[in-house]
Design a protein around this ligand. Structure first.
Ligand code: ADP
Ligand code: ADP
Length: 227
C-alpha cells in the first residue's frame, strides 16, 4: 500500500497541438479507490500510463509513497495493471497464469502456492484452477487477469476500463466484486472508466477529466450533491 501523488504532471505527445494531460495535481491516499472518469480522449489512459511508467511525463513529477518515480522504468515501480484487453496465456491453466510472474521472479514454490490459492479464493476461482482460459466465461477470465495482478502484492493497483468487454449484467456483478476485493486488500487503486455510473458506484473519490484538465475530484456523495 502507498500514497500516489501527481505533481503538476503533463504529457504532450509529439505533434500534439495541446497537452493530452495538463498540469495534473492529484493526491491519492493509502488504500484509496480513486476513479478517473471522463469522455474518450480526455486523458485518462495517459494519466494511468504515466503512473505505470509506460508513458513519459514531460513536465511535473509522479511520486509513490513520497518517492519520485518520474524517471523510473515500469519494472522498478511496485505497480500491477489490468487492461481492457487482458491477454491470458492460452496454453496455461488458471493456476499457471496466476503463478507465472512469481515464477519469473524466482519466488519460492510454497509462497507462490499460498498467494495463488489466496487470490483464487478471494476471486472465487478455486474451482477453476486447472482449467484453460478457453474453458472459462468472460467474467471468470477477467477475474484471472485480476488474480495475476494481485498475487504480486503490489503497492498500487491500476485498472483501465477492465469491464468494457463484459456484457451489461456481468459488468454490474464484476463491479461489486472488484469493489469488495479492493476493500479486502486495502490496496491503493486507480481505476479508469468512461462510465459515470461505474465511477460513482465504485470510487471512494472520483476525479473528472476533460480535455486533459482535472475538473473536480471529490467523493461520489459530494459530486452528486454538487454536480
Ligand atoms: P482509449 O480511449 O480506450 O484509451 P484509444 O482508442 O483512444 O483508447 O487509443 C487506443 C490506442 O491508440 C492507445 O494505445 C493510445 O495510446 C493510442 N492512440 C490514441 N490516440 C492516438 C493518436 N492520436 N495517435 C497515436 N496513437 C494514439
Ligand atoms: P482517454 O483514455 O481518456 O480516452 P487518452 O489518454 O487515450 O484518453 O488520450 C488523450 C489524448 O491524447 C487524445 O487526444 C488522444 O488522441 C491523444 N493520444 C493518446 N495516445 C496518443 C499517442 N500515442 N500519440 C499521440 N496522441 C495520443
Amino acid at each position: 500500500m502507498a500514497t500516489v501523488t501527481y505533481d503538476n504532471a503533463s504529457r504532450i505527445y509529439p505533434g500534439g497541438d495541446r497537452p493530452a494531460v495538463n498540469e495534473l495535481n492529484l493526491e491519492i491516499g493509502d488504500g484509496e479507490f480513486l476513479v478517473l472518469v471522463g469522455p474518450s480522449g480526455c486523458g485518462k489512459s495517459t494519466s494511468l500510463r504515466m503512473l505505470a511508467g509506460l508513458e513519459d511525463v514531460d513536465r511535473g513529477r509522479i511520486l509513490i509513497e513520497g518517492k519520485d518515480v518520474t524517471n523510473l522504468p515500469p519494472k522498478s515501480r511496485d505497480i500491477a495493471m489490468v487492461f481492457q484487453n487482458y491477454a491470458l496465456y492460452p496454453h496455461m491453466s488458471v493456476y499457471e497464469n496466476m503463478a507465472f510472474a512469481l515464477k519469473l521472479r524466482k519466488t519460492p514454490k510454497p509462497e507462490i502456492d499460498r498467494r495463488v490459492k489466496e487470490a483464487a479464493q478471494l476471486l472465487q476461482l478455486d474451482e477453476y484452477l486447472s482449467r484453460k482460459p478457453k474453458a472459462l466465461s468472460g467474467g471468470q477470465r477477467q477475474r484471472v487477469a485480476m488474480g495475476r495482478a494481485i498475487v504480486r502484492e503490489p503497492q498500487v493497483f491500476l485498472m483501465d476500463e477492465p469491464l468494457s468487454n463484459l456484457d451489461a449484467k456481468l459488468r454490474v456483478q464484476t463491479r461489486s466484486q472488484i469493489a469488495t476485493l479492493q476493500a479486502k486488500l486495502g490496496i491503493t487503486t486507480v481505476y479508469v472508466t468512461h462510465d459515470q455510473v461505474e465511477a460513482m458506484t465504485m470510487g471512494h473519490r472520483v476525479a473528472v477529466l476533460l480535455d486533459g484538465e482535472l475538473q473536480q475530484c471529490d467523493t461520489p456523495r459530494a459530486l452528486y450533491d454538487n454536480p
